[in-house]
Design a binder for this molecule. Structure first.
Ligand SMILES: [Zn+2]
Length: 99
């Protein structure tokens, strides 16, 4: 009897890429590799808390989304950063948003 349903692997990098619908780069932070995507102001449809400065990222503000490229998490662990905070990430210490 054939199996009708195939389970989708939503944690595969390719699918993550597709889900976010943009160019994704790999960058390093805190000794880890992260997928990073730059969000346009039009794509920022809600307010986020930046882990770099613990300040809100207002709706409509271009910013950066980053999530671990390896290990636990994936899309569920993504964080929204102000672009300048991400650029200065090695000089900042996340304020409890990370494990
Ligand atoms: Zn910030």
């Amino acid at each position: 009897m054939p199996r009708a349903n195939r389970r989708r692997r939503d944690d595969a990098p390719l699918n993550v890429d597709r889900a976010l619908g943009g160019a994704v780069r790999r960058e390093t932070y805190a000794g880890l590799e992260w997928f990073v995507r730059h969000v346009t102001g039009a794509g920022a449809s809600r307010e986020y808390l930046c882990p770099g400065c613990q300040q809100a990222i207002a709706m409509g503000t271009p910013h950066v989304v980053a999530w671990p490229a390896e290990g636990v998490g994936g899309l569920g662990d993504r964080r929204h950063w102000h672009s300048p905070c991400w650029s200065a990430r090695e000089r900042r210490h996340p304020g409890g948003a990370y494990r």
